[in-house]
Every structure is written in C-alpha cells, then in structure tokens.
Design a protein around this ligand. Structure first.
Ligand code: SF4
Ligand code: SF4
Length: 357
C-alpha cells in the first residue's frame, strides 16, 4: 500500500509520491494516459499538472475518467493578471474534464517583486473568486526561492506550497518547512530527482560528465521521502516503465541512516552540483536573450529522457542562432546559484544538439 500523509490544512491524505504531469506532454497520447492510470493503480492519488504543460491536462483528464472522486487533482496557473488566471482556471477545468480542481497553484513565483506584481494584478483575488464559486478547493504557491515562498505563506492565504527539495538543494528544511508546518500549510516538493539529474546513472550524467552523477533515483527519492515535513514528492514520470521504477519507493517507510545520508552528501559535494536547477535567475541578465534554462532542459531531454530528435529539433529551431551569439560576458554566471560555467555549457549543448551534428 502506498504510504499517505496529511496534506496540511486540506486534510486530504495524499500519497507520499505524486504524479508530476510535466513529462507526459512530450509522450504519445496512449503511453501518457497509460502511465497516469498505472500510477493510480499503484496507489498514487495526487496528480499534478499545469496550464503551461502542453496537453498534459487533457491526458490526465482522460486517465482519471471514472475515478476522479478518489483523487487529489492539482494544477497551476502562471499568468500574471487576474483576468488571465480566471480564464486559465476555466480552461484547466475543461481540459481536465472535471467540475472542480482540488488545488490551484500560483505557478513559479520566483522573485518577491513578481509575487507583489501578481497580487497587485489581482491573481490571488481571481483564485479566491474561483474558490468561492466552487471551481477550486484550495490555493497554493510554487516556486524555486525559499525566501519568496516563506514570504507568501506568511500572508496566510496559501494552503499548500510546492518547493524544490532534493539531495543537492535541501535548504528548504531549515526555515521554510518548519514555518509551513507551524501554519499547517501542506508541503509538496518538486524536482526530488533534481529535475532528472540526481536519479541518473553515471554514464548519462548531464553534459556527459560521468563522474558528476550524484546518486541513483532510488537514493535520491529515499532521501526526499525520509524527510517527515514533506507530505508529497511530485515526481515527473512519462511512461509505465518510469512509474513502475519510482512508485515502489513510496510503498514502505523510508528512513535514511545518518551514515548513508552523510555518504550521499559527501558524494554530492565532491561531485559539484553541475546541473541547471531551472530557477531562471540567469534569464533577465542575458542581453542576447538566450533562453539558457530551456537550452539546458533540452539537453536533459536528449541525454536522459531519450527525446533526442525532439530536443535537437527545438534547439535548432528556437535556440541555436541565439546561443551562437553568446558574448561570454558572464553576467549570467554571477546570478547562477549552481555556479555553472554557463557559456561553456552552452557550447557543449550546441555541439550535441546543433545542426552541425
Ligand atoms: S555569458 Fe552568454 S549566456 Fe551568459 S549572459 Fe552573457 S551572453 Fe548571455
Ligand atoms: S543556469 Fe543557473 S541561473 Fe540559469 S536557470 Fe539554471 S541554475 Fe538557474
């Protein structure tokens, strides 16, 4: 039986592993629907998506037909104005094929100014209106910056948060999780596998640097599950094979002995955290307007998800020209919390995904 934990003040008992709907947008319809169904069969009851994840909501809608009542469905709206959020909630309802969403997240709020801007623009008001109208039950916030998330939940407006937490990024447990827990805010985490980098085998590590691989998926997930603050870890899964690999870890209590934890942390430290966390801090400072985060994401698609053609096609169509214009000004590296050598990594990505290959 899948373990469950109470999701804060929602009082819903959610499975410790949730289905993250980001990857299925890239999978064929049948395979994607089958993956969601298989996860539900294995005991997953929290399914998460976002308006911005292509046709993920449609595929989830198909998979949950006839069993919606036993599930906790969350989705996200990244739009910056109340009017757009109102529209996106209605669209999510239609795409998911449900008459109510359990939880709507204010999506990817990564800077304080951004949070304040969305409040000023009526985003929270729109979410509250949707709750009053019975379209959503709870309101949450997701982001990569613990400080911003802490500020947001101190308002008392948010029932659930979604933070980043994994072996390489575990700061959230210092202040954010205790704060959320004291306010009975449900805690979900994303990127328990570091967006795909932590759960990989050494031979397919990002940028082909074998010795940089930090852990296996098993170790990375056990690390996250052993944190008792966390109600649900949302894992992006795109196929039945991935579901069947990851879900069994949620079936038994996970404890990580201190020696094992110390060993993993040491390995992570020695390896260096040479992967993009997807925080986006580098984006505003690039005068060449290179979408650095997206380029690195495509690289992961190519190296780890087996989506080689899709990654190359998108890189060549949307990013190759811009990446070639990198002036090596290093503005981006100063902002990067992972201390990545971004210009070199862009060159590496271009050499693998570019049209000259
Ligand atoms: S080093 Fe390249 S990618 Fe980074 S900010 Fe400068 S131009 Fe943009
Ligand atoms: S390259 Fe660095 S700053 Fe840019 S999104 Fe990735 S981790 Fe964040």
């Amino acid at each position: 039986m899948m373990l469950k934990r109470r999701l804060g003040r929602t009082n819903f008992e959610t499975s410790v592993l949730g289905f993250g709907g980001i990857a299925i947008q890239y999978q064929p319809w049948e395979e994607a629907v089958a993956a969601v169904k298989r996860a539900i069969e294995l005991g997953v009851n929290l399914i998460d998506s976002a308006r911005g994840y292509g046709d993920s909501e449609d595929k989830i809608g198909e998979a949950i037909k006839g069993q919606r009542e036993n599930l906790f469905i969350s989705t996200k709206s990244h739009y910056p104005t109340g009017e757009e959020v109102r529209r996106s909630i209605d669209e999510s309802l239609a795409h998911l094929g449900v008459d109510r969403i359990d939880l709507i997240f204010m999506h990817a709020v990564d800077q304080e100014q951004e949070f304040e801007r969305r409040l000023r623009n009526g985003v929270l008001d729109a979410m509250r209106d949707a709750r009053r109208a019975g379209k959503v039950n709870y309101i949450g916030i997701s982001g990569h910056q613990n400080r911003v998330l802490a500020k947001a939940i101190r308002t008392g407006e948010f029932d659930v948060l979604m933070a980043m937490y994994n072996l390489a990024d575990d700061d959230a447990q210092e202040e954010l999780f205790p704060l959320a827990s004291s306010m009975d805010v449900g805690i979900t985490v994303m990127k328990p596998l570091g967006g795909g980098y932590l759960g990989i085998l050494p031979e397919v590590a990002q940028f082909g640097v074998a010795e940089k691989a930090i852990s296996t998926a098993d170790e990375a997930l056990r690390f996250v599950l052993s944190n008792q603050y966390i109600n649900t870890s949302v894992v992006g899964m795109g196929s039945i094979a991935e579901v069947e690999q990851d879900i069994p870890l949620g079936l038994s209590p996970q404890e990580m002995p201190p020696e094992e934890l110390a060993r993993l942390k040491e390995r992570a430290r020695v390896s260096g955290y040479t992967f993009c966390r997807g925080c986006g801090y580098c984006l505003p400072v690039c005068e060449q307007e290179i979408d650095i985060r997206e380029v690195f994401r495509l690289f992961v698609f190519h190296e780890q998800y087996g989506l080689k053609e899709l990654a190359k096609e998108r890189f060549q169509k949307y990013h190759e020209g811009k990446v070639a214009m990198c002036t090596e000004c290093l503005n981006c590296t100063e902002r990067c919390p992972a201390a990545l050598d971004i210009p070199s990594l862009l060159k590496q990505a271009a050499s693998i995904l570019g049209s000259n290959r």
